[in-house]
Design a protein around this ligand. Structure first.
Ligand code: TYD
Ligand code: MG
Length: 484
């Protein structure tokens, strides 16, 4: 009989520790360490219940190190051969397929376990139904093959009517509404699909594992089981994971360590635009970004993504003066923020800021007057950040300055220009952390110009990013000369 070993797992980052701590020693969040027993009864008796492909075979409880679950010692030459096999990808046809394939790192790797996280209602099921359809349909070069779409949230009829609305009529797409993972994998084994989709990981459960579906134990154990299935069968498996508000339900963050690829589908509630980001990829680069728009017939690729960051009111008419785009980081993700400035000459000389630190704004205004000679003394100045976001990074200084100049000079900044840089008291433009990541996001979103500190201009140019011009500025005077 296996012993029960207790560990504590951080709900937020998935770090595990042999001891309880008030805050996670890895991500430093407070109160996120949850008790977890390794080697439950299930795994002790697991051997007898193994199916032909060994769902519970070799059950040593939960695979803290997923590699342990699947890896046997390998001959080097086999490994090298295996790697070349691993590089073979199933390419995803069409506009939509290409965009997803790019985020996945160039196609669908066999046997990969892919987690798609996102808020409830953001469009994960929609995305995966579309994906299931194109994977099943194949292309001119690849024949149709079955794809199995499992939903624990919707009935087959519900998925069917959704697919019907999206005009999906793929012969080889199989739907199954179930949350019993053992049963699901038995069906999958029989069908031998080209891909398996589990919507969502929070609804499936293993009979032999304690806890209810959606709980940390079930979610981790089910994911490990699916990892073993993917590696044994070479079938790529997609998991949907709802990002839950901090609570006792295991969020997908805990699973990030187990799976091969983590994608997040993000977007504002009020907007139809969706970003698909890769935050982890064992088979390719992270930082990939796909841009989609939710339509009546599912997700469509946005061909000119830079436009979605401009004020929504008038996407086609003339650009307004006083708008500039900044690039900020949230953890390891970069995203864009639009800064709006309004300089109104005369009567009330006052300042109002929204979404920008008031002291930072005051400093930038003072520097603009003193070091760049901008005569904005007599103006009321309003600063605002679009969509109620907050700009807390100094990396946004340059965009704030540019927005103020643009409004004051009544000279609109053209479409597709972004600004990254901190401003010092001498009016100098300074570099900020992760310049490369920020600039590559801007390039991927279809911007054609990026204004950066002079000191990093040449190293950024050396990146050789497609279709984007890097403009280095030493100080605010150079910014004004370059832009206005
Ligand atoms: P869904 O994929 O169900 O979200 P998730 O699986 O992430 O919870 O999609 C949710 C929203 O998308 C829903 O409010 C309706 C909308 N939607 C469209 O606008 N167009 C469509 O074609 C589909 C299928 C859904
Ligand atoms: Mg869904």
């Amino acid at each position: 009989k296996g012993k029960l070993k207790t560990v504590w797992v951080c709900e937020s980052c998935g770090n595990s520790d042999g001891q309880w701590w008030g805050s996670c020693r890895s991500c430093h969040k407070v109160g996120t360490m949850k008790r977890f027993s390794e080697g439950s009864e299930a795994s002790v008796s697991g051997g007898s219940k193994g199916t032909s492909f060994g769902v519970t075979e070799g059950g040593t409880g939960l695979s803290w190190l997923p590699e342990q679950a699947m890896v046997q010692p390998h001959r080097l030459t086999d490994v090298i051969h295996g790697i070349t096999q691993q590089q073979w990808r199933f390419s995803l046809p069409g506009h939509f397929g290409n965009e997803v394939a790019r985020v996945l790192g160039g196609g669908l790797a066999p046997g990969s376990l892919i987690l798609i996280g996102g808020d409830p209602g953001i469009g994960k099921s929609t995305l995966l139904l579309q994906l299931a359809s194109i994977i099943a349909e194949g292309s001119e070069l690849v024949e149709q093959a079955p794809v199995l779409y499992i939903s624990g949230e919707e009935s087959v009829e519900q998925i069917g009517s959704r697919a019907d609305r999206m005009k999906i009529q793929t012969e080889e797409l199989y739907l199954f509404s179930s949350s019993d993972l053992q049963d699901i994998l038995n069906k999958a084994h029989r069908l031998s699909p080209r891909a398996l989709i589990i919507d969502s990981i929070q609804t499936v459960y293993l009979k032999d594992v304690t806890g209810s579906a959606g709980g940390l134990t079930q979610v981790k154990e089910c994911t490990s089981t699916l990892l073993r299935f993917a590696k044994k069968s070479n079938v790529p498996v997609f998991l949907v994971g709802h990002v839950t508000k901090a609570g006792d339900i295991a969020g997908p963050r805990v699973l990030e360590h187990i799976v091969d690829v983590v994608l997040y589908l993000e977007g504002e509630e009020s907007s139809a635009y969706r970003l698909l980001r890769s935050v982890k990829n064992r088979f390719g680069s992270t930082d990939e970004l796909g841009v989609f728009e939710m339509s009546n017939s599912g997700l469509e690729v946005v061909s000119n993504p830079s436009a979605i960051y401009l004020s929504q009111q008038n996407p086609d008419s003339d650009v307004l003066a006083g708008l500039a785009v900044a690039v900020v980081m949230d953890g390891s993700r970069s995203f864009l923020i639009e800064v709006q400035a309004l300089c109104s000459p005369g009567s009330t000389v006052s300042r109002h800021v929204n979404g920008v630190q008031a002291s930072r704004a005051d400093m930038i205004i003072a520097v603009l007057m003193k070091q760049a000679g901008l005569r904005i003394q007599e103006n009321g100045i309003f600063l605002n950040v679009a969509n109620g976001m907050a700009l807390s990074e100094t990396a946004g200084d340059l965009a704030i300055a540019a927005a103020i100049c643009s409004s004051f000079l009544e000279f609109p900044i053209p479409h597709g220009v972004a600004f990254i840089g901190e401003i010092g008291l001498g009016g100098e433009v300074r570099t900020v952390p992760r310049m490369e990541k920020r600039v590559s996001t801007v390039a991927k979103l279809g911007f054609n110009k990026c204004v950066v500190p002079k000191s990093v201009e040449s190293s950024l140019k050396a990146l050789d990013l497609k279709d984007i011009e890097i403009i280095g500025c030493k100080n605010l005077k150079e910014l004004i000369n370059a832009m206005f």
